[in-house]
Design a protein around this ligand. Structure first.
Ligand SMILES: O=C(O)CCC(=O)C(=O)O
Ligand SMILES: [Fe+2]
Length: 374
């Protein structure tokens, strides 16, 4: 006799803390003011180039973000910058003089000018030390911490560590374990590794989530639009412990992001409120399970969606950092992965992550290709 495998219920897949939090979130207004925005002309006078047809735009050397922030038409410039980032997935600047305070200001303004909920501020990462240098909202991205993190993750999840040594397993969108995850992230790298006396190594890659959606057949896409997935990153408890800290369980930048359970349920297909376009929204680092199907079905669907991100290099861009390069990406519709090809050398930068809306799927929204008539 064959065994009947049933799909667990939603309640069986998530913690009681997550269920309670969801009830509270339903009473808050966390979707912002969704209305697709048109890219204006304020940035037309600045020299820039698209790095690939689909994803990534780089501003010419000499353009300073701080000048945009201080310009008399700053609202127009920063709003158009946000729209550009949301359309292109990621935007780059070279030789930036941006201070930490200005980086935070930019993080705040990108979302404010594009309709994010008023209660969404800058993210405080669960493993950022209290009273850390640069403030709670700065996450120092450093190869030193990463080495500890990797060892801890391997100990915490030996099964996963055994499963793959492939670099492509590290593709992700940031902090999707939060009920109110990120709209924009800004990373400035100031210390880079070198090899044979030259600065090289530690490139970062991004992939366009809208295009991942556009690679699905219409019927499979329609099916995925009905699904939710559980995202969970309790491995941060072990990492915090190995760094001599505990997880930050107060408000992490939004009344929706509280508690130690580090778990959220999000739609598998998400509408980006700024472009109005649909994107695939699951990732190997944080997504544990699709709701309403068996584990085997969930594993199979997730693996396929990840392969579309990882194996389609025509929807990716690879960026070579220099000292004080800045990348700004939209975490709702782009994935990214760092490259660890530099051994024991130090690579360090500062990252600001701002929080956007609670993810939603709008059935009347369009795919990117559909919206652009492609
Ligand atoms: O170090 C990098 O290039 C990216 C690290 C990362 O995933 C992030 O900053 O969100
Ligand atoms: Fe990241």
């Amino acid at each position: 006799m064959s065994t009947v495998t049933l799909a667990p219920t939603r309640s069986q897949l998530i913690s009681s803390e997550t269920e309670q939090l969801e009830e509270k979130l339903a009473t808050l207004h966390l979707t912002g003011a969704p209305a697709p925005l048109q890219l204006g002309k304020s940035l037309d006078g600045f020299q820039k180039a698209d790095l690939t047809p689909l994803i990534g735009t780089e501003f010419a050397r000499g353009v300073q973000i701080v000048d945009l922030l201080k310009a008399s038409n700053a609202d127009d410039l920063i709003r158009d910058l946000a729209i550009l980032v949301s359309q292109r997935g990621v935007v780059f600047f070279r030789d930036q003089e941006l201070t930490i305070a200005e980086q935070k200001q930019l993080g705040t303004r990108l979302g404010e000018l594009t309709g994010k909920p008023a209660s969404s501020k800058l993210h405080i990462h669960p493993i950022t030390a209290e009273g850390s240098e640069g403030g709670d909202e700065i996450r120092v991205i450093t190869s030193k911490e990463r080495n500890i993190q990797r060892a801890t993750q391997d100990r915490a999840a030996p099964a996963r560590a055994e499963k793959t040594g492939l670099s492509a397993a590290n593709w992700h969108a940031d902090i999707t374990f939060e009920p109110v995850p990120s709209d924009y992230a800004i990373l400035k790298i100031h210390t880079l590794p070198s090899f044979n006396g030259q600065v090289t190594g530690g490139d970062t890659l991004w992939a366009l989530g809208y295009e991942v959606y556009d690679r699905l057949s219409p019927s499979f896409a329609k099916y995925l639009e009905t699904l939710e997935a559980v995202h969970e990153s309790r491995f941060f408890h072990q990492i915090a412990a190995s760094l001599g800290r505990t997880v930050r369980d107060g408000e992490r930048g939004s009344p929706g992001n509280v508690g130690p359970h580090l778990e959220a349920v999000h739609p598998v297909i998400r509408t980006n409120p700024v472009t109005g376009w649909k994107s695939v929204f699951v990732n190997p680092n944080h997504t544990k399970r699709i709701v309403g199907v068996t584990k085997d079905e969930s594993d199979t669907i997730l693996k396929y969606l990840y392969s579309l991100v990882q194996l389609n290099h025509d929807l990716q861009v690879r960026f070579k950092w220099e000292k004080n390069s800045v990348a700004i990406w939209d975490n709702r519709s782009a994935f990214h992965t760092a490259t660890f090809d530099y051994g024991a050398e130090t690579r360090t930068g500062d990252r600001v992550i701002s929080l956007g809306e609670k993810p939603y799927f709008d059935p009347s929204s369009k795919s990117r290709r559909e919206a652009l008539g492609l």
